[in-house]
Design a protein around this ligand. Structure first.
Ligand SMILES: C[S@@+](CC[C@H](N)C(=O)[O-])C[C@H]1O[C@@H](n2cnc3c(N)ncnc32)[C@H](O)[C@@H]1O
Length: 361
């Protein structure tokens, strides 16, 4: 006899929940398969093909037909790719390609799917943290900086000039005339590189604690032949450069810091009087009950548990987590000396808030 048989269960509610779990099982599988389709470039290739057999697709992609056919099975039954059982041909509808290919840019959901397989690689260590406390350090996450660069290309670089920079009053004019800009936790430096190329009169500095990402950033800047940009391995909780910069940016950086309050203090100290701070961070509330209607909240808390919170706790840090939220972010910015903080949202980016604030002159 099952444990629940004597309980007075609302069977309709249990059935509904069972349906939801069934969907989760299938959708979890599909997220892994979509990630593979992205990495193996199958969506990109199929978006340029008419109806084709698995052999034709595999040949075009230079991949093993048996694996491609099994992947196609998941895609067809998951409603992502269409199948003609008579001709045995597969087709990626253009409406789906518009959300799954590299050509889709910021609309490419397949980039985001990579996080789940990437985070799955540390599951054993995270389960151990549930028992022992502590955290899993950045160094344990293979491919983190590669996937982060792809992701932030979509969310930051694609909207940088049209949407993000205009959020800070007067910033573009200052960049044109020539100012000093620092990007903290710059990762692979893609946003800063685009700014350096667009505003040759200004000087750009990128700091990150990761040697791997700074190496990637330096290589990309050299490839572009830029001379107004410098990347340096630097812990941003120890910037220690008083009044050195006109503008400081932080794209998706503060919530996973070991010492976020100290980083914000350092940012305030490193700005010249009247200098601007532009911070992109996750669009969430600090209160779980206010995140119930947030369409991405379960993903945010997942990524937090498996990366953002744990990398901070691994350093004995604050462990703010991805959903530190707007309320706490504003409070911490004010404590760091930023009196007035504007929080804005952009239609192209449902994942982030954009905080702009100015150091008192
Ligand atoms: C979520 S990633 C964002 C990277 C980049 N801003 C982007 O949008 O692609 C956070 C970055 O902060 C860096 N980071 C974490 N702690 C740091 C610290 N104390 N000092 C400098 N960088 C740090 C990480 O190495 C990582 O590259």
């Amino acid at each position: 006899m099952c444990n629940n048989c004597n309980l007075n269960l609302d069977t309709e509610r249990t059935d509904d929940f069972g349906q939801k779990l069934l969907q989760i099982v299938n959708h979890s599988g599909l997220s892994l398969m979509i990630s593979i389709g992205h990495r193996a470039r199958l969506f990109d290739i199929m978006s340029e093909m008419e109806h084709a057999t698995s052999s034709q697709i595999a040949e075009q992609a230079g991949l093993n037909e048996r694996y491609v056919r099994e992947w196609l099975g998941a895609m067809v039954t998951g409603g992502i790719i269409e199948y003609d059982p008579v001709l045995k041909t597969y087709f990626l509808p253009p409406e789906h390609a518009a959300l799954l290919t590299r050509a889709a840019g910021p609309n490419n959901f397949a980039t985001t799917m990579q996080w789940f397989s990437l985070l799955g690689t540390v599951e054993d260590k995270i389960v151990n943290c549930f028992q022992e406390g502590g955290g899993v350090p950045y160094s344990e996450f293979a491919r983190f900086h590669e996937v982060m660069a792809e992701d932030s290309y979509n969310t930051v670089v694609c909207g940088l000039f049209e949407h993000i920079l205009p959020l800070a009053p007067g910033l573009e004019e200052k960049l044109k005339s020539g100012i000093d800009v620092l990007d903290i936790g710059c990762g692979s430096g893609l946003a800063l590189i685009e700014m350096a190329a667009a505003f040759p009169e200004s000087r750009f500095t990128g700091y990150d604690i990761s040697e791997e990402s700074i190496g990637r950033a330096q290589a990309s800047a050299a490839e572009r032949g830029l001379t107004n940009i410098t990347f340096q391995v630097q812990d941003v909780s120890q910037i220690n450069q008083p009044e050195a910069f006109d503008v400081i940016t932080a794209f998706d950086v503060i919530h996973d810091q070991a010492q976020p309050a100290e980083v914000l203090n350092q940012v305030n100290a490193a700005l010249k009087p009247g200098g601007q701070f532009l911070m992109q961070d996750i669009a969430a509330s600090s209160h779980v009950e206010k995140n119930l209607d947030n369409p991405l909240a379960p993903m945010f808390y997942t990524i937090s548990t498996m990366h953002c919170m744990t990398v901070s706790l691994a350093q004995g840090g604050a462990g703010l987590g991805t959903c530190w939220g707007k309320e706490l972010a504003c409070e911490m910015l004010q404590t760091a000396g930023f009196e007035k903080v504007d929080v804005q949202e952009l239609p192209h980016d449902i994942m982030n808030y954009f905080y702009t604030t100015t150091k008192a002159a």
